[in-house]
Design a protein around this ligand. Structure first.
Ligand SMILES: Nc1ncnc2c1ncn2[C@@H]1O[C@H](COP(=O)(O)OP(=O)(O)OP(=O)(O)O)[C@@H](O)[C@H]1O
Ligand code: SF4
Ligand SMILES: [Mg+2]
Length: 369
């Protein structure tokens, strides 16, 4: 199938200025990423904090220019688009932010927030048509048409994210990139928003690029997964293959990190032995060698080339074939009770079962009303 979005050897290097608290140098936030996303799929990007996920997402959306490399959307150059071509891309690709509140203007009503993109992308609509379209968009995301007259601060976190999604849908996009769209929400509310995104993806034939720390979200939603480490994709494959037969030691370590169901402060984010090296001074050879139990002299000197097998599973590790694969279906390592419990919440939400909020904040109870 012809890809809808491609990245070819994309790099983004930030020069840091030095000063009292910051070392002078070059941060290779994204360092040679190539990927190809097919229409209608949900493609997840996972990796520890600082590995370059948001930078990559912003480059894919042309919110940031790469240092080198190119991005192609539906056969058109994203990296060089200007004028009408760029505004067409802005219709076709939309972004959902982690914190919907900071991306929603507090002085605008929900109707105005959701209707604003229509003024740009469908300028010929009459006022009545625009209001009808806003009501329709609000219904699509599980809000009521009368919510159009209220302000963002009057809504719960999950509802605000729904407003953000309605706003993103207003331009009739073909692809949506969500940068941790649910990680700021309570687990029970996450399930509802995750399922909403999945349903919209299916119903509207959208392609979703999902950045997430929560492996349960990725397992539940995505078709394929790319694992990033210090600016590079180290493994990529179908979700089933990657979760059941992870080849790269970093992916295995990520899957072994147990998320905490009641996490409130980000503790459920993947924890791996040792610190991630400074991006200002990444280790030579394989950047993961300082934390890898299988590292050899070769790993310490030579960057492992990506190797893709006939099933499309890509791994960038010198020794992936030598490290015994333990099929995860038969091991309990990926079946932590917390992951299972979270997956169960998502499944129940899919079936429309009543969700009991983990943390019963008044605002979040509104979600189920
Ligand atoms: N504008 C910038 N100037 C300098 N360095 C930057 C800039 N933006 C990002 N970085 C650095 O690039 C690296 C990747 O950052 P990025 O925000 O893409 O990571 P991330 O994977 O999204 O992390 P998180 O999971 O915490 O959101 C980090 O080391 C970050 O400090
Ligand atoms: S290349 Fe070497 S250090 Fe890097 S992940 Fe593979 S075995 Fe570990
Ligand atoms: Mg980020």
């Amino acid at each position: 199938m012809t890809p809808i979005l491609e990245a070819h050897d994309v790099k983004k290097h930030f020069r840091t200025g030095g000063g009292l608290f910051q070392k002078k140098g070059l941060i290779k936030a994204v360092d040679g990423v190539s990927l190809s996303i097919t229409p209608g799929e949900t493609f997840a990007i996972v990796g520890e904090s600082g590995c370059g996920k948001s930078t990559l997402a912003r480059i894919l959306m042309r919110l940031l220019d790469p240092t080198s490399g190119e991005v192609v959307f539906d056969g058109k150059q994203v990296t060089k688009a200007t004028g009408t071509a760029l505004s067409d891309l802005r219709c076709d690709m939309q972004f959902i932010f982690q914190d919907p509140f900071s991306s929603l203007n507090p002085r605008m009503t929900v109707g105005k927030l959701v209707g604003e993109p229509l003024e740009v992308h469908a300028p010929n609509l009459s006022k009545a048509q625009r209001q009808a379209k806003v009501a329709d968009l609000l219904s699509q995301v599980g809000l009521r048409p009368e919510h159009a007259g209220r302000y963002a601060h009057e809504f719960s976190g999950g509802q605000r994210q729904r407003i953000g999604i309605a706003r993103a849908l207003a331009s009739g996009p073909r692809l949506i990139i969500g940068d941790e769209p649910v990680s700021a929400l309570d687990v029970s509310v996450q399930a509802q928003v995750v399922n909403l995104l999945g349903d919209l993806g299916r119903d509207l034939g959208l392609t979703l690029v999902l950045i997430a720390h929560d492996l349960a979200v990725i397992r539940h939603m995505s078709d394929r997964v790319a694992v990033m480490y210090l600016g590079k994709i180290v493994e990529q494959g179908t979700t089933d293959e990657l979760f059941e037969n992870p080849r790269h030691p970093y992916t295995r370590a990520l899957l072994d990190a147990i998320p905490d169901l009641d996490d409130k402060d980000g503790a459920s984010r993947a924890r791996i032995e040792g610190e991630m090296p400074s991006p200002l001074a990444p280790p030579p050879g394989c950047a993961f060698h300082t934390r890898c139990p299988h590292a050899t002299d070769l790993c310490r000197t030579k960057v492992p080339p990506p190797v893709t097998t006939s099933d499309g599973h890509m791994t960038a590790c010198h020794h992936w074939q030598d490290i015994p694969i333990i099929p995860r279906k038969t091991t309990p390592r990926n079946q932590s009770s917390a992951t299972q419990a979270r997956l169960e919440i998502y499944r129940k939400a899919t079936e429309g079962a009543q969700i009991i909020p983990v943390a019963s904040k008044t605002t979040d109870r509104e979600e189920t009303k």
